[in-house]
Design a protein around this ligand. Sequence first.
Ligand SMILES: CSCC[C@H](NC=O)C(=O)N[C@@H](CC(C)C)C(=O)N[C@@H](Cc1ccccc1)C(=O)O
Length: 620
Amino acid sequence: MPRLTLDDLYRFAVPADPSLRPDGGAVAYTLTTVDRDADENRTEVWLAAPGAAPRRLAGGSAARWSPDGRTLAFLRPVDGRPQINLLPMDGGEPVAITSAALGAGAPRWSPDGTRIAFSAPVGPGGRAPDADAPVVIDRLEYKADGTGLLRGMGAHLFVVDVASGETAQVTEGGFFAGEPSWSPDGTRLAFVADMEDERDLETGGAVHTVAPGEQPRRLTGPDLVCTGVWWEGERLVVTATKGGPAGHVRLFTLTPGGVPEEVETGLDRNVMTGAPGYPGAAPALLTGDDLMFCVRDRGCTHLYRAPGERLVPEETSVSGASAAAGRIAYVAATSHSAGDVYLGRPGETPERLTDHALDGVELFTPARRMFTAPDGTQVEGFVLRDENAATPGPLLLDVHGGPHNAWAPVLDGFHLYHQVLAAKGWTVLALNPRASDGYGEDFYTAAVGAWGLADGQDFLAAVDTLVEENVADPGRLAVTGYSYGGYMTCWLTGHTGRFKAAIPGGCVSDLSSMAGTSDLGRLMKVHEWGGDLAAQSPITYVSEVTTPTLLLHGESDDRCPVGQSEQWFAALRERRVPVRLVRYPGASHLFILNGRPSHRHDYNERIIAWLEQWVSGSPS
Ligand SMILES: CSCC[C@H](NC=O)C(=O)N[C@@H](CC(C)C)C(=O)N[C@@H](Cc1ccccc1)C(=O)O
């Protein structure tokens, strides 16, 4: 059977965001595929059920069942803006019920099924911002990666009447209201927002409740930085960090008049609610007081129920879950599938309802193993290689981002170069050094104030171990990484000459300029870097770099602005170190994940070509 090729990128079909019908009998989910001719990613709403072949329902995403299970509400593009559509499940075409000027957010049905709440972007004065007008900026929150300049935009809650389509705005003001959750009696909405005057200088986020026509009421204090809220029965379930945005996200419950109580999960692990590149799921009630949630553990994101019972098997990563009628539906990735939909009862072997895995290719499987850093810290990694490949062979060290992300032993649709290189005789080392998620809070915060200084040693120790074991050829070592991984790629080549090729993607080279130009610059400066920005900046050590370097960067990256690569490119060029910068037009920070398919293919292709050019004797 043939090995995976980069063109298989166009064949990936990845499910996400499952929504279980209230009777537990069917699952609506979003399937993302590639339209190669249009050079776009396509999202569609699909339906899966036991004993039936999965089927496409409509173009769109974020499908949610009405309480009676007879209608699906979902987001569907209308004139380029997502609008809430209703699809009767006994037949008929989707009908749009919103016409939000800047598009609507994910639908949230009221308990009686008569209304739908959603959060939506709102321009200044309720009008779409004028793209040609001068942009007046008085606060640090003036841009966001993927959106660009906000031009005074906020986000507010709306409620639309299902029968009439009449829509009412529930919140207003200069803040961003997070996704709403209905109270059991349907009279109020809970949401997270930071309404502090100087919220651009200090990261906050509090739980509020609001009734249409009334002012929001704040429920949580400054001790919690809240990131999400869900009304589950009479309680509010809240995700938050304690005392500031650094550290693990934890679970709390809150009665509207009470004090937040931390949910005793029995796990020193980070709660994962799901974001691009960060698998997870919203907390949900299984039955009674049984709370279901996701945490990352040693790379994989697992589904648990408090106080700490795992609900799905080892070596899978959950990226979306839904509970109803005593059953759970979830999307899980494995070493051979970027994701499929499962349905079952907690604690029982689930049924796989879909088979979206890539067919007709033979995949290499990563091997989990530990390494020991010079200070004795145990660090886990995943080694991907063809066991029949000659040794010692070429080695690519790949550094994940975050720095609080983590590698998992599962297939994803954007690091395809791993499989292609393994088929060419390379070993790919995906390491979870200190600061990675999934190994306890002390490990997670171990690099705070010491980016590079604390975690750089972990990578070199792991590479040296594979050299000592005769797996890796010391003359054919290379390093790559995206975002924080791009930062670390620059850092490592400033601290060792052992790498024969380096490919920083979406990198960070100078923390001082990053602090003033990243959309999260202030947050990172205060809560991740601490004082000495120069000591933690790769640019401080650039005079030591000799490694031929390929810089890959999105032109419209507002998280790690392209200037970070420009600074590194100029410094290496001045020193006549072989260097190339490739810029992807219109690409945001997440372009390697959800950008143009042609850009994602090109990114993978250039990594392989640079390695074959500069790692002498690497199998071509
Ligand atoms: C710890 S402060 C930065 C917060 C944020 N963390 C999670 O994403 C972030 O954006 N980190 C960046 C690096 C930082 C700007 C130096 C980052 O590494 N982000 C993600 C982005 C990503 C995820 C999946 C696919 C492509 C990019 C990451 O690489 O994990």
